[in-house]
Design a protein around this ligand. Structure first.
Ligand code: C5P
Length: 406
């Protein structure tokens, strides 16, 4: 859920009024768990001091080729190799021009030319400079070469004129960076369907049969898969929580039948599906169209019919190259039950949690799971937060997806 955690970022700051926002952007990056090296152009230092930036990043700012005090050479090549991404915000017309044409007369542009990883830039300048063909063509050139441009927005500018040229807000720049890291993960380009939450089987307009599932485990899986770059479709029963990753597509459903129909419609296009929902096994045969009244002497009987087994239905549909994972929540004979379900539903892996383990199962923030694989291998994990359990499960799933698509 923290795509910037542990990432190395070079933050390039150039000489524009918007440089004051770079301090806030830097703060957001640090808060998100990134390690940031700030590189400033000489002009940037007229707008914001290196002291502010080094205090926030915890590292001396790099600006000159040589340190004035020690004569030590700052290696732009090393910085370029160290970085997982380079963000230039604000990027002025001058720096954009130098980047487009390889004019390496300062530390920032030399670092850019040595950068091996993705570069993102947030242009900021006055509206006439932004509209000049020289700028628009340079930006297009940089975009074509694979740089990510975080477009400037319309609004009031430092010149008091109003128009396009305001640097994107730090939050938008962060979102672009997080999106980039999410999409570059080990599941980039893969599609994963996940079911989560309980189902509700209607009895009458005001009553239903339900269960205690809160959807936490499945939502954690959806967020984790999205963080690793997958395109996630989450078929979600009625719960109070939502995924936090912006890319997760949620299909809200209520009953097992609705969940089944959504999954059957989606599964064909997926690389994998994880069946995490607590699906009701039975539903009332008929739904009363009016609230069932309390009768004096008569106790109503609700006749139940079987719900479709969604995991088993997808198991039947499964093609070569698709991976199907399920859950088994057990109270006894855990291993035998889990292995039986893997077989019957044609799953490739099954995640077993036992209600005999304290802290595992419904509603808790923790879980303790054992993962069984079709090839006979078994991974037993300790009690952990559901977010960490999600990353163990997604790691196993990633391995299966990669070997299935080979
Ligand atoms: O057989 P059991 O309900 O214990 O199997 C659990 C697994 O099957 C879980 O992965 C659950 O999401 C899935 N399941 C399903 N449709 C049902 C019942 C269970 O997808 N009707």
């Amino acid at each position: 859920m923290r795509p910037l955690e542990g990432k190395h970022i070079v933050l390039g700051v150039t000489g524009g009024i918007a440089a004051y926002k770079s301090a806030y952007l830097l703060r957001l990056m640090i808060k998100a768990g990134a390690e940031v090296q700030v590189v400033m152009t000489p002009a940037a230092k007229q707008f914001i001091t290196p002291v502010t930036m080094s205090a926030l990043s915890g590292k001396p700012v790099v600006s000159e080729f040589f340190s004035a005090n020690t004569g030590e050479w700052h290696s732009h090549v090393d910085l370029g190799l160290w970085a997982d991404a380079m963000v230039i915000a604000p990027a002025t017309a001058s720096t954009i021009g130098k980047m487009a044409h390889g004019i390496a007369d300062n530390m920032l542009v030399t670092t850019y030319l040595s950068a091996k990883e993705q570069v993102l830039l947030a242009p900021a300048m006055d509206l006439d400079m932004m509209a000049h063909p020289s700028t628009t063509e340079n930006i297009e050139l940089l975009r074509r070469r694979g740089n990510i441009i975080i477009d400037s927005t319309e609004g009031e500018l430092a010149s008091h004129l109003t128009g396009k040229g305001r640097m994107a807000e730090p939050e938008q720049i962060m979102a672009a960076l997080e999106d980039y890291f999410a999409k570059s993960g080990p599941l980039a380009g893969k599609k994963i369907l996940i079911t989560a939450g309980p189902t509700r089987e209607r009895i009458d307009p005001v009553r239903f049969i339900g269960n205690y599932s809160t959807g936490k485990m499945g939502i954690a899986l959806a967020d984790e898969a999205a963080r690793k770059g997958a395109e996630v479709t989450l078929v979600l029963g009625p719960v109070n929580t939502r995924p936090t990753m912006p890319g997760v597509r949620v299909i809200d459903v209520e009953s097992a039948r609705e969940m089944h129909d959504a999954c059957v419609a989606e599964f064909g296009a997926q690389d994998a599906a994880v069946m995490c929902a607590a699906v009701a096994d039975y539903a009332p045969a008929t739904v009363a169209d009016r609230k069932i009244k309390r009768e004096k002497d008569e106790i109503p009987e609700i006749r139940l019919v079987k719900n479709p087994d969604i995991a088993a239905a997808l198991g039947k549909m499964k093609r070569e190259g698709q991976v199907l994972a399920g859950f088994a929540l057990e109270t006894n004979d855990e291993e035998a039950n889990a292995l039986g379900k893997m077989e019957r539903k044609n799953l490739d892996m099954i995640v077993m949690n036992s209600l005999r383990d304290a802290g595992a199962g419904f509603g808790t923030d923790t879980n303790k799971v054992t993962i069984y694989h079709r090839d006979g291998s078994v991974n037993a994990f300790g009690l952990k937060p559901k977010t960490e359990v999600a990353s163990d499960i997604i790691a196993r799933l990633t391995t299966l997806i990669n070997s299935a698509s080979r």
